[in-house]
Design a protein around this ligand. Sequence first.
Ligand SMILES: O=P(O)(O)OC[C@H]1O[C@](O)(COP(=O)(O)O)[C@@H](O)[C@@H]1O
Ligand SMILES: [Mg+2]
Ligand SMILES: [Mg+2]
Length: 334
Amino acid sequence: MFQKKHLTMGEFIIANQNSFKYTSGELSRLLNGIRLAAKVVNHEVNKAGLVDITGAAGETNIQGEDQQKLDVLANEKFIQTLKNREIVCGIASEEEDDFITINSFDENHQNKYVVLIDPLDGSSNIDVNVSVGTIFSIYRRVTPVGTPVTMEDFLQPGNKQIAAGYIIYGTSTMYVYTTGHGVNGFTLNPALGTFYLSHPNMQFPEDGTIYSVNEGNYVHFPQGVKDYIKYCQKEEGDRPYTSRYIGSLVSDFHRNMIKGGIYMYPQTSKAKNGKLRLLYECNPMAFLAEQANGKASDGTQRIMDIEPTELHQRVPFFCGSKNMVDKVEEFLRP
Ligand SMILES: O=P(O)(O)OC[C@H]1O[C@](O)(COP(=O)(O)O)[C@@H](O)[C@@H]1O
Ligand SMILES: [Mg+2]
Ligand SMILES: [Mg+2]
């Protein structure tokens, strides 16, 4: 993998597209399409508060959540940009009840890729100027080219992903992705509008000292999670660990990947599958975690081996430094 620092993202994609099994330039164009939409959304996010793009949009999505104006705007920008790139045959989004079929310009369903997207992650942080993100997951279709895309193309296990990544709109804007050859991070130079390779070959430290969980739900957690949190807080060895929870999955994951830590969104007595969505939150973050020497599980099994059954299904999520995820699985074992 060619990872010379300060390469532009465009140069990096071209330099490395031969490491990709189906090299035809289509995946490169798809990754570049996401980069374009990310810049448009970044521009909007940066002026949140100045112009009327904060607050609720007045609609609820299929999850029963109030859609924020930026959820809707980001959803539109990514869908429009991907539609125009003549590569995608279908898109599924957190903000769309059902998947969207995208036909090729020649009307013969020639496109090969499906994209699953969380257009704006960390919606509860939009209005309070805390970092948010976008998460994406890419698969090759399983139904034959020349036919319309079907649900089967979206309900693939995470271990079939060909690429995944996120954009973080934070103190700087970064694009972090994998195509199954490690994880690389690119930082946007806002003056030039160009992403540069700033974080080559990102790796989770095997051990960490940060745990990220919404402790406000503590009383509703399974006993094993409660015991693990107590373990993190115990004065012993390199503990107590530090509690850090931003409330944006992308941002908590990003920090933990750099510093070493674990992010948890467990099941609760109120939500037996937790909150996070398997297809466009947990699978892409799990692919990145594993490619960065980390680990992701639902407490008992590998996230990427879960056979999906629904577009918006939720799963408990434990993700981060390998030894920390092993430890919480130990506490969760009956
Ligand atoms: O407020 P809670 O219940 O702790 O949930 C926070 C979690 O929910 C999310 O906001 C869910 O994602 P969306 O904002 O895309 O719906 C995660 O980013 C975050 O980690
Ligand atoms: Mg999300
Ligand atoms: Mg979202």
